[in-house]
Design a protein. Structure first.
Length: 195
């Protein structure tokens, strides 16, 4: 009997046992690290090794490299968005924004490492727009915290911050100069912070 793909989709959305969820979390974290380091040519064997699981475990959860990349991308976006309120609660506003920006640059490094694969996997424009909106909302939370404490400029738009971070990510990846991203983040913060 032919499978129209719905069986795989249903299996991926079913709640996992605790051990299976831990394995999946380790696999997705390892995938982000391996793709950031090795690019789209990274081997799923390297991902499994980095996660400390067998290749069979990886393939049971992610039958193809594309499905692994898609899941890893979605998880990284989710974690980045969830980090904003957590950072606001834990750190002073400027430190929270800086920490989030550094995480965003790390996310972009992993994304650049698998750009070709993501173009194949993420073909839905509405999903890309939703991701942008979710990230802008996260930045807006961070900026709002800074405005409440009167340490960030009122006119700064979250979309502009994301565009600037995209440029920083691109330059840092192109130049291969240690410390460049941190220096550029400092410059960007200089334009956002009031004091």
């Amino acid at each position: 009997m032919a499978d129209n793909g719905k069986g795989d989709a249903a299996r991926r959305h079913r709640p996992l046992r605790a051990d299976a969820q831990r394995n999946e979390d380790r696999l997705l974290k390892a995938a982000a690290a391996v793709f950031a380091r090795d690019g789209a040519d990274a081997s799923v064997k390297d991902v499994a090794r980095e996660a400390g699981v067998g290749v069979g475990t990886l393939y049971r959860r992610f039958p193809s490299k594309e499905l692994l990349i898609e899941a890893m991308y979605r998880q990284e976006v989710r974690l980045l968005c969830e980090a904003a309120p957590e950072l606001v609660a834990m750190l002073p506003p400027v430190d929270a924004l800086r920490t989030w920006m550094e995480r965003f640059i790390d996310f972009m490094a992993a994304k650049h490492g698998m750009a070709d694969a993501l173009r194949v996997v993420l073909t839905d424009d509405s999903e890309r727009l939703q991701t942008r909106a979710d990230l802008a909302e996260a930045v807006d939370r961070l900026l709002a915290a800074g405005r409440r404490h009167e340490v960030m400029r009122e006119q700064v738009r979250p979309q502009d911050v994301l565009m600037a971070l995209g440029g920083i990510s691109y330059m840092a990846g192109t130049e291969q100069e240690p410390g460049l991203a941190a220096r550029l983040i400092d410059l960007l913060l200089h334009g956002i912070v009031t004091s």
